[in-house]
Design a binder for this molecule. Sequence first.
Ligand code: ASP
Length: 586
Amino acid sequence: MYRTHTCGELNLTFKGSNVTLSGWIHKSRDLGGMTFIDLRDRYGITQLVFNMETDSKLCEKARKLGREFVIQASGKVEERSNKNPKIQTGDIEIIVSELKVISKSELPPFTIDDDTDGGEELRMKYRYLDLRRAPVKNNILLRHRVAREVRKYMDAQGFVEIETPVLMKSTPEGARDFVVPSRLQPGTFYALPQSPQTFKQLLMVSGFDKYFQLVKCFRDEDLRADRQPEFTQIDCEMSFVEQNDVLLTFEGLAKNIFSVIKGIEFKEPFLRLSYQDAMNSYGSDKPDLRFGMIINELTSLVKGKNFVVFDSSDYIGAICADGCSEYSRKQLDELTEFVKRPQIGAKGLVYVKYGTDGTLKSSADKFYSQEQLAQWANVTGAKPGDLLLLLAGDRKNTLTALSELRLEMARRLGLRDPGKFAPLWVVDFPLLDWDEEAKRYYAMHHPFTSPKLEDLQMMETEPGKVRANAYDLVVNGVEIGGGSIRIHDSAVQKLMFKVLGFTEEEAEFQFGFLLNAFKYGAPPHGGIALGFDRLVALLGGQDSIRDFIAFPKNNSGRDVMIDTPAPISDQQLDELMLNIRKDKNK
Ligand code: ASP
């Protein structure tokens, strides 16, 4: 037997018992007469004690052991004189009488501790060691708990978990596919699913009624901190439902997870905000509602007063930062620099300081009287002590820039508390998105998303105005999931493909199997997919999903531990009848 207990479970109730533990040497301290070893396993850390006076041979042996050796130690549980309230087992220690080295360790490339000296790349190369560190390990355990709760809830609601193929055909989520060459049919390729979208709709045609799956999805996109080429979705679909049914079901799931995992009860229904309102008030379709700082439009109020910056702009908007009227020149310069960054793209920043004495001081003082500035303050709800920040330009880009500025101010003011959660639904998304470069419409969600029936008559005349039965679940400025009610009427689906510029042949080639299935009795259906990695990261209070995935890829999509993607052998290429182009690096 390797162990009688784990390193996380012993306490004073075990005082006097003889126990055997196995684990890794986390740290050891040699104090001359005594040697202490912190022994670690998945469950915790327990202190082992070796005494020179009582057993010098054993103590000498213990002294020679290095960090991360795997050992087995037996001995008696004793009360510690110097208790450590920070760890579960901090009241006790083991007076060791037998010690066995199970496996030696080389010196690890970085310190395996909560705070490590290992940089990101090194941690990823030795991810199996990184996973020994409590913060990363706890993230993976959290992931497991969330997955278990999801399955429990979905099962209780009558959902059936059904697996769908990984080797499939291109799906319409709009990203680039990862492809897999077929050996048996050379020259043809599978695509890895960007999501199981078409399969889950087929399962509704099959009559399964309520489907879900914790499923890997693959998208060959340029990566950001919160993106991975393969990621996990909680993918769901339901039949005979309208939008409200879907929202209530998954609001229930979200509330249940917050309750079980975080002990947070959301008694009220989640706010539902239309896409248009979200854009107008927050400049974003994923607003962070942990704080207010709503965007107010001032266009008609500020134009026509000879201030060229405003007069030449289509849109002028403002946010009000509470209690910031004392911002210094330097702080305002920093904010100006912030909005002028190429990613944000504003030309400049206009401010109004609403002093605690009631005076208004603006960088555009020359053009506006105190009364006029007071009007701005009135519209934006600013009070003495506040700071108004205005941006101007074209409507879309200025709203986006204001959204970034709003988040930056909230960050500076400490309003983005990771322990606070503000969920909402964003609804009534536009069905289509105009691509100026390609001069064509794209489906904002995907081509199976149902237009709102009342907007259907604009499909061919003013497609840009058609709203969809599509929704996103947003928490703390992060899109946690999105979905839609689907088109189940072949005529509407055909019209959708037409507006998207597909010829009948193209639609048939890509999605013929689905269109065919709809000929055999398609129930009204709709669903959603929640980003599982992102949900877990949010619950873990972090921005990046990487440390919530056991073996993630880096920013260039590489797994630096197993060193992939990697070339394949000539024999494999031959079997697949593939040639690699000589100019591959161009
Ligand atoms: N398949 C969609 C996605 O991955 C979600 C859905 O419409 O259910 O975004």
